[in-house]
Design a protein around this ligand. Structure first.
Ligand SMILES: Nc1ncnc2c1ncn2[C@@H]1O[C@H](COP(=O)(O)OP(=O)(O)OP(=O)(O)O)[C@@H](O)[C@H]1O
Length: 269
């Protein structure tokens, strides 16, 4: 049996590249021989649609059914898992997940429902990546409680970087009250426009304001038109346009994540 590392890809700000990072990091890890499960915890179901399931609302079994353990539908986690042609598995989402958020508020052990839901299958994988919704509600809290670490995609702009305070506070609260060993894997700069100096300014801002203790990945994800095209084809950037700057950047991020894990395993020994 494997021992999965569970990583939440999280930022309450919308449109910062969470979905794109989850997919391309996930498939990047699969390309390196790792077994990967992606959980789509965003009711917009962009990850599900971007991986080729274009009508998520027509899916019978999704994370929404699993999280409310709807006995009338008797959904098993195995029956909900979809298999993508590039070698990763997906627990899909659809719009029902937004109603699930309300249900979770009154549920017992409400913060740990995702963690318990994936407990039986998690160790079939090396990595479980969770694409979080752009909000700090119960779906995000469940994602953080299920996770060992968090990757924070930050758009290389001044205001999105500023908005990190609230997210870091939430991560701190989860760590203090529920999940003491939750760690921040790192911040990845996304949508970097190479024509400006903004990425350097944003890194300077993050270091100054959040201390030196938050790791910032060396890999930066540039802007590239091929991203939207790959999404429309249900493919990763590697399958759609190998060797494009975005593909090279995500491959490099994948290696940083892999090496980070190897380093921490060595430290444990
Ligand atoms: N490197 C990139 N270059 C160009 N476009 C990108 C890049 N990364 C993401 N995008 C585009 O930016 C938009 C937002 O990206 P994405 O969906 O990954 O962000 P998100 O944080 O998951 O959004 P949401 O919060 O709405 O779920 C999408 O249209 C996506 O195709």
């Amino acid at each position: 049996m494997k021992q999965a590392k569970v990583i939440a890809v999280c930022n309450q700000k919308g449109g910062v590249g969470k979905t794109t990072t989850t997919i391309n990091l996930g498939i990047g890890l699969a390309n390196q021989g790792k077994k990967v499960l992606i959980c789509d915890m965003d009711p917009q179901s962009d990850t599900t649609a971007s991986l080729g399931w274009k009508q998520p609302d027509e899916l019978d079994s999704t994370l929404a059914n699993l999280l409310i353990s709807d006995t009338s539908q008797a959904t098993t986690i195995e029956s909900a898992i979809l298999h993508h042609e590039e070698g990763i598995d997906l627990l899909p989402a659809n719009i029902d997940l937004s109603a699930t958020e309300l249900h979770l508020v009154n549920a017992m052990c409400r913060e740990a429902i995702l963690k318990n839901t994936i407990a039986d299958v998690k160790d079939n994988y090396d990595y479980v990546l969770i694409d979080c919704p752009p909000a700090l509600g119960m779906l995000t809290i469940n994602s953080l409680v299920a996770a060992d670490s968090v990757i924070i995609p930050v758009q290389a702009q001044y205001l999105p970087a500023k908005g990190m305070t609230q997210l870091l506070r939430t991560i701190h609260d989860v760590k203090r009250n529920i999940k003491p060993n939750l760690s921040i894997e790192g911040v990845v700069l996304t949508l970097v426009d190479g024509r400006t100096n903004l990425s350097r300014q944003v890194i300077g801002f993050l270091r100054e304001n959040y201390g030196t203790h938050i790791h910032i990945f060396n890999s930066q994800i540039p802007m590239g038109v091929k991203v939207a095209e790959s999404v429309s084809q249900g493919k990763s950037i590697y399958a759609y346009k190998a060797y494009s700057p975005v593909a090279i950047a995500y491959e490099s991020l994948t290696k940083e994540v892999l090496h980070g894990r190897e380093r921490s395993k060595e430290q444990e020994r």
